[in-house]
Ligand binder design. Sequence first.
Ligand SMILES: Cc1cc2nc3c(=O)[nH]c(=O)nc-3n(C[C@H](O)[C@H](O)[C@H](O)COP(=O)(O)OP(=O)(O)OC[C@H]3O[C@@H](n4cnc5c(N)ncnc54)[C@H](O)[C@@H]3O)c2cc1C
Length: 506
Amino acid sequence: MEVLKDNVLIVGGGPVGLSLSLVLAKYKIPSVIVEERVEPTALNESRAITWMPRGIEFLSWLGIEQDFLNKGVIRYYHQFESAKQILFTWSFKEIKSPYSYSLQIPQHTTEVILEEKARATGLVDIRRGHKVTKVGQHSDQVVVSIAHDNQVYDLCAPWGVGCDGTKSKVREGLNIKKHWRDYGTYSAVADFEMDCDLDKELSNIVLDPKRPYGFFYFAPGCWRLIYRINEGEDRKDVASKEFALKLLKEKLPNSNVHRFLWVSSFRLGQGQSETYQTGRWLLAGDSAHAMGPSAGAGMMVGILGAWRLGWRLALTMKNHPQSLLLLQDYSHEQHAAANEIQDNNATIFKNMSMKNPIIAAGRSFLMRNVLSKVAEIGKIALEKEALLRQSLPVSSATDRHIPSGWIEQKRARDWILGQRVPYIVNQLDFNPLALTGLGYTIFSIGKSYKKKEEELFQHLLNSLKIPMDAKLVFLAKSSLYRVDDTKFTFVVVRPDQHIISILREE
Ligand SMILES: Cc1cc2nc3c(=O)[nH]c(=O)nc-3n(C[C@H](O)[C@H](O)[C@H](O)COP(=O)(O)OP(=O)(O)OC[C@H]3O[C@@H](n4cnc5c(N)ncnc54)[C@H](O)[C@@H]3O)c2cc1C
């Protein structure tokens, strides 16, 4: 038996497992990744192609966003169309993030960069070609059996995380139940290297009830076509190279295909595990919450989950007394975060499944004549899509407390309970994405009087339940950003940038 004492065991070296290892490494916690595949996802099987703004903020937090930006292509717009006309255009340029676009990049390239960065930390041992075949745990450790080179060896570690995808062996071995939501239809994804007259900065979905389809540019010269497989059609025939090429020529007669890359079909559905934590095991990414490919947020939600889990695991490895409660909070909060996205996806899936032309015409009317006319609706919807508006249910979290003499606010301008710190760098002399330590940050955003703020901060620190050091940030030069001149107001922010309290002097 190989015994790991100081390492977190991560089963699965996909985007989520690799991201988690990078978060842990940032906090100087070593990890071992056990990965069945010898190579990353194949370049032709592009799979996840979209990094949403909040995901790019995560890369920026890790300090590796430029490596991604160098290899990817940028999308500024997403458009909904009917078979006849444009219904609604979303512009990423309007959202509040330093990254007001999405980054399009094949999953292969994502995995290659993350792996290279993880290895470069010197704290991540990635074992490719090692497959976990059995999972268990005792009161003080997790245990796995691993097949490698026709041999089996056992390994134990203080904590383990299953990042092993939709068919998770870890989840199965721990008997964690999974619920499946099904939308009764299949969709197909086909990737091509080609020239065409489409705008490379814009993706589109044509909500044609006969067969919805759409195009996404995702790497230099590479396009993705997605389309629905209709009831009664043979799935194999429709998800074939011949069919995809025929459909492409029908929709884009001027396209010139240089190379066909990949086609595959997927059931429109999504899975949700009952819990993401049992004893010393945790689940993250698709093993916890599998998302359908057509809505395309699975990798993003999983990676944001790894960010939310990483600091808690780091504290756990440092034997923090509240660690078990903090990990339970991860399970509860990330479950809700995944549910929120899955509800959003459900709307997309229902739209993809819609076959009735009369209802589809009503939908087109609503989108073109109502939704597209109210700019705020589009902006909110896109900020949700960009994962900038994820609200975690923090009200019963272990690290939260409302001391006497203070009242809680759900919101103070752009500071919203449960959401990430607003990106206000233009008004501040401080970049919230620079919060990289394993500590909390308390922002003073109300009445300004430095000496008194420091005094109140110390008083708050003594009464709050936060499990580690905190530092105070004065928004002194930003009178623009102060929310109230009459009362002191403090915002408590976790290492993963989520706001867990907005406290105003009574
Ligand atoms: C066509 C398609 C398009 C998509 N588009 C997007 C998109 O644009 N944006 C987005 O955010 N998401 C997208 N997704 C979803 C995204 O691909 C997944 O959500 C993401 O890959 C999940 O990452 P993960 O690391 O949790 O799991 P996976 O990527 O599935 O990685 C799991 C890893 O665990 C390994 N493993 C499994 N079992 C074992 C074992 N027993 N022992 C050792 N290793 C094991 C696997 O080999 C694999 O490498 C798309 C998916 C598809 C199929």
